[in-house]
Design a protein around this ligand. Structure first.
Ligand code: PRX
Length: 631
């Protein structure tokens, strides 16, 4: 079976084969990659444990697939176009040959600094080229990378470093984002006060700002690379060895370190990349995400590079120096596939259309979105003004946990439909479940999404907590993978994801668990208790609304609101700051003491007509009081 799908008929053939005989199908697809040793068994699966293994017995190194195997055929082709924050600075075009050399060099730097196969390396870096190099260098020597988005706070960084007992931290002096500079080394220093396992910090110089220096731990990136050569054979990994850990918010408790493994992840991200975006020789693909999120891992670095593509990496933000920046970059690099988040589209749509029309976007063939449901208005704005009604839009539904895109149209191959992610990719068997967990048989229906059969890039566990992996994803509906989203299905079988069915809120495409935010707020000495819910927001999709109870005698001044926001920013990161904070006398609770978030969600969304029966609450009187003082 070919790796590429070039027609609707081929999509159907791939899909049918992937359902009828998943092992044979994925074996065919996997045969298109470079393995040091082929598998003994394609799939072992038992979701009652849960256990999923793909390509057991096989050996490979993913960087040999992303780099070495391209050298002969496309060594001089650009692998990464790096576009700096400031458009006045020069973009870099890095060929596969050069990238290979840089990765091998940095692999040697890691080794020289004590990193061995199996060690965890935390990467807290801005979107510089070296971030991609760092990720690949870890993979090359079999170290497990854990990239932490450079917008997270010191506390959040420390928690992630400690959860995985990381040995080395890779960071930068600072990071440019628009007209702001993030003092990454300072934040890292703060975090490291609580991180006993870190032995070395390798610091990339980007902003040239002053940083404090601990000579027994800190080394400069640029000095280290001078001390080693660029020859570094790739470590031979088992298909099921860990490739990376990436944290995602849970609805309760601490973030979950999702574990992805080498073989299946490589096969699935490459296959889905090539086919969903219909990437062809000579194309220039740009995903505007940050490598700190799964979208960047799978569809800036691994998928595109394994497919031999030219992938753009953008250091900046869509609003700098003005709201035309995305389109300026598309014109400049003649981007053919552009992949971004609905929240960015909504933000850009608020600005004059001349900022789009100023640029020649005729190179664009395909548009993509990811991260949250896209509303009709944003979809049409994207289609009309960016795609000029001639580019298919792939609305790709997936998760950190799924490793790759699950439900999406394939550009020009299967039909798109505004606000619908549409059809499952080959290998993906979604179903809708009713409230009792039974599969809904009617095609046209609404329910809870579940997935029936494993696919190669499913996360295999939560780092250090397999029990939690089982509880979150495999317990509510035995023998299904439960992603936590609801969906509608139309008469043609197209899926429209409607949103989370748990206490995770997606704000500007970022997954935020409400419980950790409440915990952060409750840390404030003047706060007794809080409840955080999401409410619809024009640009962010959702925003956060916090209901907060203060101690008796505390004056509820505006400064307290700022302090609460600051506590959240310090504990989690600025993205988790609530938009609205309302002081309340009490929170509606069930008789067993559980906060009735459903009611709070409705009030925050201005939907108080149908609150249901509140008389069974422990304290029904608080509801009216909250409504009366709603912000
Ligand atoms: O609710 C879904 C939403 O984002 C969640 C996954 O978030 P995260 O792990 O951060 O990964 C985001 C990037 C893959 C999902 O459970 N989501 C993601 N893509 C879509 C979406 N909701 C609707 N439509 C999408 N295309």
């Amino acid at each position: 079976m070919s790796l590429e799908i070039n027609s609707y008929q081929e999509y159907q053939e791939h899909y049918q084969r992937s359902v009828e005989n998943p092992s044979l199908f994925w074996e065919d697809i996997a045969n298109h990659f470079f393995w040091r040793k082929k598998w003994d068994k394609v799939l072992e699966n038992d979701w009652s444990i849960p256990l999923t293994k793909w390509f057991t017995g096989a050996q490979l190194n993913i960087t040999e697939n992303c780099l070495d195997r391209h050298l002969e055929e496309r060594g001089d082709q650009t692998a990464i176009i790096w576009e700096p924050n400031d458009p006045k600075d020069k973009a870099q075009h890095v060929t596969y040959k050069r990238l290979h050399s840089k990765v091998c060099t940095f692999s040697n730097v890691l080794k020289k600094n004590g990193v061995q196969k199996g060690d965890r390396v935390c990467i807290y870096m801005p979107m510089v080229l070296e971030l991609a190099v760092a990720v690949l260098a870890c993979a090359r020597i079999g170290a497990i990378h854990s990239v932490v988005f450079a917008g997270f706070s010191a506390t959040a960084l420390a928690a992630r470093i400690n959860d995985a007992s990381c040995k080395v931290l890779l960071t930068a002096d600072g990071g440019f984002r628009g007209d702001k500079i993030t003092p990454l080394k300072d934040i890292a220093d703060e975090a490291l006060k609580e991180c006993p396992t870190i032995e070395k910090t390798i610091v990339f110089k980007r902003t040239k700002q002053h940083v404090s220096w601990n000579p027994s731990m800190d080394v400069w990136w640029h000095k280290e690379v001078e001390k080693v050569d660029d020859v570094c054979p790739a470590e031979v990994m088992n298909a099921e060895d860990m490739l990376f850990i990436l944290y995602t918010s849970g609805s309760t408790g601490k973030p979950k370190g999702m574990v992805h493994t080498c073989g299946g992840y490589m096969v699935y991200t490459t296959y889905s990349f090539k086919n969903v975006f219909q990437y062809k020789e000579g194309d220039v693909y740009w995903c505007s995400a940050d490598i700190g999120w799964i979208t960047g891992h799978s569809y800036i670095v691994y998928g595109p590079l394994a497919a031999g593509a030219t992938t753009v990496m953008f250091e900046g933000v869509p609003s700098y120096p003005d709201f035309g920046r995305f389109w300026e970059v598309c014109e400049k690099h003649k981007v053919t596939q552009f992949y971004t988040a609905p929240t960015a589209i909504r933000a850009l749509a608020k600005h004059p259309i001349s900022l789009v029309e100023k640029y020649d976007l005729s190179s664009i063939k395909t548009l993509g979105t990811v991260g949250e449901p896209i509303n009709e208005e944003a979809w049409h704005w994207y289609d009309d003004h960016v795609g000029k009604n001639k580019c298919p839009i792939v609305d790709t539904w997936w998760q950190t946990e799924t490793g790759g895109m699950m439900i999406s149209s394939m550009a020009g191959i299967t039909k798109d439909k505004p606000t619908y992610a549409t059809l499952p990719l080959p290998g993906i068997q979604p179903v809708l479940l009713d409230g009792e967990g039974k599969e809904i048989q009617e095609t046209e229906a609404e329910g809870i999404v579940a997935i029936k059969h494993p696919w190669p890039s499913l996360a295999r566990t939560i780092y250090g907590n397999h029990e939690r992996y089982k509880n979150v994803y495999f317990s509510a509906y035995p023998n299904y993978y439960f992603p936590g989203d609801g969906a509608l299905r139309d008469a043609d079988g197209n899926y429209r994801i409607t949103g989370r069915v748990d206490d995770v809120v997606i704000v500007s495409g970022h997954n935020l668990g409400t419980a950790p935010i409440e915990n952060a707020i409750n840390e404030h000495e003047k706060i007794v208790e809080s409840a955080v819910v999401g409410f619809p927001h024009d640009i962010k999709g959702n925003a956060l609304y916090a209901y907060v109870i203060t101690y008796d005698g505390v004056e509820e001044k505006p400064e307290l609101i700022d302090e609460i926001k600051q506590v959240v920013a310090n504990t989690i990161g600025p993205i988790a700051k609530p938009d609205k904070i309302q002081f309340v006398k009490g929170l509606p609770k069930t008789r067993s003491g559980k906060i009735m978030r459903r009611i709070l969600r409705k009030i925050a969304s201005n939907d108080t007509s149908n609150l249901g029966d509140v008389s069974t609450l422990l304290n029904p009187e608080v509801v009216q009081d909250i409504i009366d003082h709603k912000l």
